[in-house]
Structure formats: C-alpha cells, structure tokens
Design a protein around this ligand. Sequence first.
Ligand SMILES: *Cc1c(COP(=O)(O)O)cnc(C)c1O
Length: 354
Amino acid sequence: MQLTQDIIVRKVRKSRISEVDFSKLEFGKYTSDHMLVCDYYDGEWQTPQLVPFANLSLSPTTLALHYGQSVFEGMKAFRMKDGAINIFRTEKHYERLVKSLERMCMQVPPKEVFMEGLMELVKLDNAWVPGEAGASLYIRPFVFASEAKYGVKVADEYRFIIFSGPVGTYYAKPLRVKVEREFIRAAKGGTGYAKCAGNYGGAFYPTQLARENGFDQVLWTDARENKYIEESGTMNVMFVIDGKLITPALSDSILDGVTRDSLIQLAKERGVEVEERRISTDELESAFRNNLITEAFGAGTAAVVAPINLIHIDGVDYKLPFYTVNSLMNQLKQQLEDIRTGRVADVHGWNCKI
Ligand SMILES: *Cc1c(COP(=O)(O)O)cnc(C)c1O
C-alpha cells in the first residue's frame, strides 16, 4: 500500500514556531504547525490529510460529547544525538490504541494510516522536535465518535486525529500520594485497561479531594476490597522493596503502560528481580515498618518516572528516603533516555527512526 502518496497535504503558510520559547516549554501548552486528520464514514476510512492545526467545527449533537466514545494515545518523538528523529515504540502504542478502541466499540484506523500518518506529520513538523536534554515532541493520536445524532447508539462515523507539541523536561517534584479507599478508578470488567476519556473524567473528583487534603495524587486500590494497589493517578506505579522492583500485575483495571513495560525489561536486564503481582496496603505498611521499601514512583510517558516521597495509608504518613541519581528509578530513566537519543544501542528495536 503506497499510502504516503495518498495523504493529502495542505501546509501552513507561515509556521508558528518563532512564537515558541523552547527554553520555557511547559507540558500541554504548544501545538506544532500541522495535524493529521482521517475520517471514517460510509463504512470506510477516508483519505488521510495533513493540514494546518486548527479548531474543529462540531455539531452540538456529536456523539462523543454525550456518550463518551473517545480514546487517545500519548507518545513521544526524540531528537537523537546525530540529529535524527526517533518516535518511541510506535508498534506498542498502536496495539494499545486498537485494544482501547475495541473496548469502546469504535472503528480502528488502519495501521498504515497510523504509522505513515505519524511519520509524515513528524517529518513535516520536524523543526518542532526539541534538542534540549529531556525535551521531546509529545504526540497525541486520538479517535472520537464524530457522528451528529443524539440518540444513544454506537456511532457510525469517527474522526482520527494526530497532533503534537514540544514539551520540556517534566520537573518531577516528589509526590505526596494518598491511598484511596473510598473511590475507585476502574473495576473488574470495566474500562480501566482502555485509554478512554471517561476514565479521566471519573478520576478528577477523588483527586481533587485528595489535593484539598494536601496530597498531589491518589494511589488507586482495587474496586472489590480497596486493598490492592492499582495505579498512581494516571501513571503506573512501581515500588522497590528489599531490592526488588515490584509493580501490580496487569489486569482489566490497569492500563498497560509502555513506560512500565520498558522499565520492567531494562530492570530485568540489569539483574534486578522484578515481580508483577498483587501488592496490598498491608504489605506496603509492613515494608515501611521494616524499612524495606526504598523507592516508590509513577511511570508514564509524560514524566517517565515521577518520584513519590510520601504515601498516606489510613491516616498515617509514611515517608520515603531522599532519591539520588543512584536510585533504581533514576538509573532506569537515564538508560531509557540514552536509548531514545541514540547514546546507547537500541537492542530491543524500540526506536522508530524517521
Ligand atoms: C497513559 C496511562 C499510563 C501510562 O502509560 P504510558 O504508555 O507509559 O504513557 C498509565 N496509567 C493510565 C491510567 C494511563 O492513562
């Protein structure tokens, strides 16, 4: 399939890049010049288009706005040491997009449209990929039900968009997290493993309450017993206990994070023992009491790792030791960055060079 030739390209007349201060990038603020748009209607995906980033015009009856058929991905492109550009683990992101879309009963954009669209977009906006250490081009592919009809139904029309924007080093101030025992993010049989908009909408209120009580995030627990740790806010969570890297095993209430997967592989290769299993709040408390827990952190594309320095469990604040560059999380983060920027060999085939 010679898709590249099929993408319709309409370029901006004048780039907005001079309006951006690349020394002061903040997450989510800037968008690059172009976006990829591909519509699904009449039973098929139409010709993808690369067009100037612009507002959408939508009917108030657009189904996604009412019934929540809306799914997204979050990935990054990096400027490599030799100046080339690399998009990280495109295959794994596409696979997850497919899983999310299937759970939400939505149409799946063809792999060629996703892959080539991604490549052509980043190629066209290559000047927007920052070169500063830790900075990258954040890429947001998403699909939503675009059909205009207000009866509750599975939509027959969808829009797939990819836009991007430069982001800086995510300054990771250590987080104070509260183990959430009352509210839940996801339940068995639910949509927790899908990267769908509604999971975020439902998580805001409990998170807001935690903020009002002086915490940065919640540590979600399982919906049945409110006992087993699931995720930290919108990131996967990992602990170092007695020298082992421990993280909740994947389930239908846990998002299969690409960062989680990458860190697990790198840790194993270093000879660190990794356990993917259930981890209860009792186990955490006892690990604190016995001084066995040395690290706790969130893992996700935006921050890579987000250190946690306090975990609040049932009224008690448990503090973690200060993290140095020698902590496992920081070593893994550095290694991941070195792979992405071509400073060490990409033996896993994670880099997708343009
Ligand atoms: C996106 C996301 C993650 C992290 O996934 P990455 O692929 O590592 O970015 C973790 N948990 C939730 C709920 C997410 O939405």
